[in-house]
Design a protein around this ligand. Structure first.
Ligand code: SF4
Length: 286
């Protein structure tokens, strides 16, 4: 029988000794919220400078809400998935209008904000307010799967069994629950890596079911979607051109920037439909 409370103690001890000193860990709830939006699909190293500039310029949700959405998209820079900038702006507006400017502290209230899903709501509630809730990102899911299920990677989609397992760890953590959430996430990001876990430095190696079983391979999963030539790449290139030309860009210039005219047209329509850019005559602006 796995001793979850002991695993919690070990990994929280590891966290206290080896965790990165990330600035949002000392920030207020808004700073934590901004970091969680940015970190959803972007690595820490790329988020750090953009996050710092963002919270310096907009230290409260109300200050961001008072600016046009184009400023948020511009400040988002090249973090990717720029719809997150619009969602963060929309969340800031909702907080300013409905929450008296204060980031809400419950999962349900957070979940009601634009662009805030189950993961982000749990992460903000836990990391900003110390809520005792599981926070299940890819890294956490991988660590818990290896520890208890003896598989290299979790299923493609989050399952109820994973949710139940994560809740049991949170319950076992008791008063350590918020630190446990941060610890297991950090451990997955730094030690229990997807491709090359550093089991030699792992404080819970003795109880890891995957290691004990001899590291069985996971069933093959579908290959990652190709990026080169994709709509994502095309949208990113168009948005970069628009972002670096604050007075607007002729549409023809955008269409010339991509090898496929139909794809460039479709991507521009998509960017407009998402509210990321605006067209007036033959010019496009943020
Ligand atoms: S023993 Fe290796 S695979 Fe298992 S939890 Fe530790 S680092 Fe991860």
């Amino acid at each position: 029988m796995i001793d979850r409370a002991e695993i919690v103690r070990q990994l929280v001890g590891w966290f206290d000794a080896y965790a990165r000193d990330l600035p949002w860990r000392h920030g207020d709830p808004w700073a934590v919220m901004v970091s969680e939006f940015m970190l959803q699909q972007t690595p820490v190293a790329r988020v750090l400078p953009v996050w710092a500039a963002w919270v310096e310029r907009w230290p409260t949700p109300a200050l961001l809400a008072a600016e046009p959405t184009g400023e948020a998209v511009l400040a988002w820079g090249r973090l990717g998935y720029p719809r997150r900038a619009l969602w963060l702006h929309a969340s800031a507006t909702a907080i300013a209008e409905r929450q008296d400017g204060q980031v809400p502290d419950t999962v349900d209230e957070l979940r009601a904000l634009p662009g805030v899903g189950d993961y982000t709501a749990a992460a903000i509630a836990c990391f900003a307010f110390g809520a005792h809730v599981p926070v299940l990102d890819t890294n956490v899911r991988r660590v818990l799967t290896r520890l208890e299920v003896a598989q290299a990677a979790p299923p493609a989609h989050l399952t109820n069994a994973e949710r139940a397992r994560a809740q049991e760890f949170t319950d076992a953590a008791a008063e350590l629950a918020p630190r446990w959430a941060a610890a297991v996430m950090e451990f997955g990001a730094l030690v229990c890596l997807a491709r090359r876990p550093d089991c030699a430095s792992c404080p819970v190696a003795d109880t890891c079911a995957w290691r004990i079983a001899g590291y069985p391979a996971s069933p093959r999963t579908a290959p990652a979607q190709r990026w080169h030539g994709s709509d994502r790449q095309c949208r990113g290139i168009l948005l970069d051109i628009i972002r670096t030309n604050p007075d607007g860009v002729p549409v023809e210039m955008l269409f010339d920037a991509w090898h496929s005219l139909p794809q460039a047209k479709a991507c521009l329509v998509g960017l407009m439909a998402d509210g990321l850019v605006h067209r007036s005559g033959d010019r496009v602006t943020l």
